[in-house]
Design a protein around this ligand. Structure first.
Ligand code: ADP
Length: 592
């Protein structure tokens, strides 16, 4: 988080009232969204309302020791993040204070008051390699060089978007390689602009882009049910409701590890202290299957537990997405996870009620829907202003109280996001993992991603998927009948459909996140497993038509091998499935 660098002398205000995180001050010289320092301790806050000579401030720290009469000092600058190398492998609070630095200063992960720390290390040096030369013309946002930020990621150093006007260019008059701190000048333009690795950006303002494209590439996840049935696009938006124990943490960690994004930004927003501690402890230990390095080498974590001040919970989502935009501007694909947007909404509700605003549904402010949509709006597949393409895929967890999807946060989120992965506690209880309900989930990207799957995996991918959906739908209807009269009362063809659906569920939809091989399933394997089940289906129905009794069909000894494809190593899958399909076919045909 940046200190403002404004030299004008400002009038201090005086605190009028304190209500939890909301403080009002009289006679403060400040604009909307300015950062201010509140009280003797200088607690960081942000201006959220100005009425006459009364300024209302949300304070990012515990205000219990603040009293009316104490001073409030304006900074003249909006709430901003420091952008530059060093953000990856960092864990921040909601206003980008590095937790490890704060912990060192205060000896506790739960933050005390009035402590400030820069978001990126100002003293560390980085090895800068120019990517342009003296004499080159550059425009706003252009990449001038890079530094190896972590073993996994090169950090691009860019002309700040505000340094030049749109369409304007300037000449590089000096640039050289070497070791620099983030505040050293690495390049100079002929208009006098000095470029450093560090930029600041106000969190509530989206960084500029050239254009937003319709996404056509999937963000493959290595999870069969997601890639196979409910794919997310690179640049897409998804919501995932997570009732307790339904596998939310496991699913999100799988996504962080296996989604084919370059960068992961994980916003832990207001979950209970121990849940967030788990994330803070777990993430740094996770290996990155893409690179063999630590996953943190391409991850930035933002952690605001429920025992941290409520206003910093409100801001953490903005801090996270601004950091994501910076990496997008470098041309990277970013996966951003917000866990949970319900806690974020609750923080809004609390602040709104302190402001005595007119409440909307269930006490949430009337602007809840607008805030949610502004957030998801910042996701997308973009043409960047420097000519690169980059994406932010936003995945928001929702924690509906009691698992009731009719509440306002879930409902408003569903109106915005295009993918919905409904985690289901019933499935989790039955130990069907991932516990994603295939009847309630959906992806509106499915059709626009078909071409990619057709070209990159298999031409009949959409058709095969539709076959699986039809079988699952029929299964769903038949299960109701089975509940009433039992399976044996059904005609044999319907019994066979139930059997095929059972394999779709067990061998394809279920996936063990804790198994070394099964935890990640490339799309080719997702396709082959379903193809094998379909081969069984086709051959079995032929046998049934030829008069073979259902029991003999389901008893063939090859078919249970369907359940073993998931745990078969990727490079052995083709041979395994070829053999299995041959065996099933031979055994079924031998019955008639
Ligand atoms: P939540 O975060 O929703 O409370 P967790 O993610 O901690 O739930 O999951 C609870 C338990 O469910 C895990 O400890 C694990 O045993 C099991 N589980 C969840 N998802 C999977 C999965 N994909 N594969 C295997 N086990 C899973």
């Amino acid at each position: 988080m940046s200190q403002a660098t404004d030299t004008t002398v400002r009038e201090d205000g005086v605190i009028e009232s304190v209500s939890g995180p909301v403080v009002t001050a009289r006679d403060l010289d400040a604009k909307m969204n300015d950062v201010v320092y509140v009280g003797e301790e200088g607690l960081m806050g942000e201006v959220i309302e100005i009425e006459g000579d009364i300024t209302t401030i949300q304070v990012y720290e515990e205000t219990s020791a603040v009293a009316p009469g104490e001073p409030v000092e304006g900074t003249g600058a909006p709430l901003s993040v420091d952008l530059g190398p060093g953000m990856l492998d960092s864990i921040y609070d909601g206003v980008q204070r590095p937790l490890d630095v704060l912990e060192e200063k205060m000896g506790s992960a739960f933050l005390d008051r009035g402590v400030d720390a820069p978001g990126i290390d100002l003293e560390k040096t980085w090895e800068f390699t120019p990517e342009v030369e003296e004499g080159d013309e550059v425009g706003r946002g252009d990449i001038v060089g890079s530094v190896p930020e972590t073993p996994s990621i090169d950090h691009k150093v860019m002309v700040p978007p505000g340094a030049l006007d749109e369409g304007e260019t300037a000449e590089i008059v000096s640039i050289e390689s070497g070791n620099f701190t983030v505040e050293d000048t690495v390049a100079e333009l002929d208009d006098g602009t000095e470029i450093q690795m560090r930029q600041e950006w106000p969190v509530r303002e989206p960084r500029p882009t050239e254009d937003k494209q319709t996404p056509t590439e999937p963000l493959t996840s290595g999870q069969r049910i997601l890639d196979g049935l409910f794919p997310l696009a690179k640049g897409g938006t998804a919501a995932i409701p997570g009732p307790f124990g339904s596998g939310k943490t496991v699913t999100q960690q799988s996504l962080a590890k296996f989604a084919d994004a370059d960068i992961v930004v994980y916003i832990g927003c207001g979950e209970r202290g121990n849940e967030m501690t788990e994330v803070i402890d777990d993430f740094p230990e996770l290996p990155d299957p893409q690179t063999g390095n630590a996953l943190m080498a391409r991850t930035c974590l933002i952690a605001n537990t429920s025992n941290m001040p409520v206003a910093a919970r409100e801001s953490c989502v903005y801090t996270g997405i601004t950091i994501a935009e910076h990496y997008r501007d470098m041309g990277y694909d970013v996966a951003l996870m917000a866990d949970s947007t319900s806690r974020w909404a609750e923080a809004m509700r609390e602040i709104s009620s302190r402001l005595e605003e007119m409440p909307g549904e269930e006490g949430y402010p009337a602007y809840l829907a607008a805030r949610l949509s502004e957030f998801y709006e910042r996701a997308g597949y973009f043409d960047n202003i420097n000519g690169t393409e980059g994406s932010i895929s936003a995945i928001g967890a929702v924690s509906p109280p009691g698992g009731d999807f009719s509440e306002p946060v879930t409902q408003n989120t569903l109106r915005i996001v295009k993918t919905f992965w409904a985690l289901d506690s019933d499935l989790a209880e039955r130990r069907h993992f991932p516990a994603i309900n295939w009847n309630e989930s959906y992806s509106l990207y499915r059709d626009q991603l078909d071409e990619w799957f057709e070209n990159n995996v298999a031409e009949d991918w959409p058709e095969q998927r539709q076959w699986a959906i039809d079988v699952l739908d029929e299964d769903d209807e038949l299960q109701e009948v089975v509940q009433l009269v039992g399976k044996d009362a059904l005609p044999e063809d319907q019994q066979l459909t139930l059997e095929v659906a059972r394999y779709i569920k067990e061998a394809w939809l279920q996936q063990n996140a804790l198994h070394d091989v099964d935890r990640y399933c490339p799309p080719e394997k997702t396709y082959r497993i379903l193809g094998a089940i379909r081969t069984f289906n086709d051959e079995a129905f032929d046998a049934l038509d030829a008069g073979v009794p259902i029991d003999e069909i389901t008893d063939i000894d090859a078919v249970p091998r369907l359940n073993r494809i998931g745990t078969t190593p990727d490079d052995e899958v083709d041979e395994f499935v070829d053999d299995l399909e041959d065996d099933m076919t031979e055994q079924l045909r031998s019955l008639y």
